[in-house]
Design a protein around this ligand. Structure first.
Ligand SMILES: NC(=O)c1ccc[n+]([C@@H]2O[C@H](COP(=O)([O-])OP(=O)(O)OC[C@H]3O[C@@H](n4cnc5c(N)ncnc54)[C@H](O)[C@@H]3O)[C@@H](O)[C@H]2O)c1
Ligand SMILES: [Zn+2]
Length: 363
């Protein structure tokens, strides 16, 4: 295995993650056996504005036929209306001798939507992921979860569908807004807490390089995060054995807060405080040390993420928390840190304690 490639071992669905520049995309598509397809490139309008012309030029130079389609940016595009419209577009693009392949070129929204499109169109056509946000590079492009939202429910409709490959070009991260970059950083910190104390220490030490988005450095960071996710996915590809659950560290309260704020609170900010709530619960139940808690709080703050929820009420967070629980397992289940780099799934934490802890993070 070369240093620039990571193998994801999933039997017949095994594939590689290529840490290469965007200009190498045609070569990589050929390497994964997608040379005879026409490519339906799904992106969003912002990414299209920034990189659309460049990508079209790269595909043309690589002698690959493609059509680029951009949906409006943001979660609003991950729904039935755009899905239905895309099926129509894909169908009129189709019709030649070979079936088209989908390239999802964008953040998690485009990855989930494009993935579901590829999974369902004619019962499945090839999919290739080119994640362009930090969140998509460290998280959503790997693992095969695809889907769309239904009214109030995120990801209610979807399928597991693995891509033929993933190309990660960290230089694309330079154009991300502060907010979108910070969202990805919250997930990076999460990986450090759940599985990788060295990664966590590296983030503490090299904060300036991370914040400067140094490509060489970030390539290593993204690779490390993906490697953690890869190992969890390989062991529990359909997320049925409770192994992938540790990826939800900080997300129990995080999701509830996101929901309570009606999605005006960005995911990364919600998760950052959610991680602190979980760490405080761990501290009060004597699973975690005060020093560990302090290190986490300092790193979160140092990366420009919030340590408190503003303008949110317990009442609203609680309602979403209960609703979420009903929707998933019905149990109160928290992923709590026991050390930096180690977590444990704990059930049955009394609601009164959750309330007391969350209350400390409201302003
Ligand atoms: N499938 C999974 O396993 C999984 C995991 C986590 C999250 N998700 C999903 O991912 C979605 C969130 O993903 P996201 O945070 O990437 O959001 P996103 O796709 O909406 O991207 C965030 C913003 O960044 C912009 N952007 C993308 N790439 C850019 C670039 N290189 N430069 C400048 N701007 C760029 C986009 O236009 C958008 O405005 C949610 O729908 C969530 O449910 C899926
Ligand atoms: Zn997340």
């Amino acid at each position: 295995m070369s240093g620039a490639v990571m193998r994801v071992k999933l039997g017949a669905d095994s594939h590689d993650v290529y840490f290469r520049g965007l200009q190498d995309l045609p070569r990589v598509l050929r390497e994964v056996g997608l040379k005879d397809h026409d490519f339906f490139i799904l992106t969003d309008k912002k990414v299209a504005r920034l990189y659309g012309r460049r990508l079209a030029g790269i595909m043309k130079q690589g002698k690959l036929r493609c059509k680029l389609h951009a949906v409006p940016q943001g979660e609003q595009s991950k729904n039935f209306v755009s899905y239905r419209r895309l099926i129509g577009k894909l169908n009129s693009f189709d019709g030649l001798k070979v079936r088209p392949a989908v390239i999802a070129f964008g953040g998690g929204v485009v990855g989930d939507l494009g993935g579901f499109l590829a999974a369902s169109y004619k019962r499945g056509i090839p999919l290739f992921q080119v994640p362009t946000t930090l969140l998509a590079q460290v998280d959503s492009s790997l693992g095969g979860k695809t889907g769309i939202d239904y009214v109030t429910h995120k990801n209610l409709v979807g399928a597991f569908y693995q891509p033929r490959g993933v190309l990660v070009d960290v230089s694309l991260l330079r154009t991300l807004s502060e907010e979108d970059y910070a969202t990805g950083l919250a997930e990076v910190i999460k990986y450090g807490v759940i599985k990788d104390a060295d990664l966590f220490a590296g983030l503490e030490r090299d904060r300036a390089r991370v914040l400067a988005r140094e490509s060489g450095y970030m390539k290593g960071v993204v690779r490390r995060c993906l490697d953690i996710k890869r190992r969890l996915v390989e062991k529990d590809v359909y997320d049925r054995q409770g192994i992938r659950i540790i990826l939800n560290f900080g997300h129990t309260i995080g999701h509830a807060a996101e929901n309570a704020a009606r999605y005006s609170l960005p995911h990364g900010r919600a998760v950052a405080v959610g991680m602190l709530c979980a760490a405080k619960l761990a501290l009060l139940t004597e699973h975690f040390s005060a020093r560990g808690y302090r290190r986490l709080a300092e790193l979160i703050e140092g990366m420009g993420l919030p340590t408190i929820y503003r303008k949110l009420k317990w009442r609203d967070i609680h309602a979403s928390y209960v609703y979420d629980k009903k929707f998933t397992t019905g149990k109160s289940r928290f992923v709590l840190p026991t050390a930096i780099g180690k977590v444990k799934v704990i059930e049955g934490i009394p609601l009164a304690l959750v309330r007391r802890v969350v209350g400390q993070f409201l302003k």
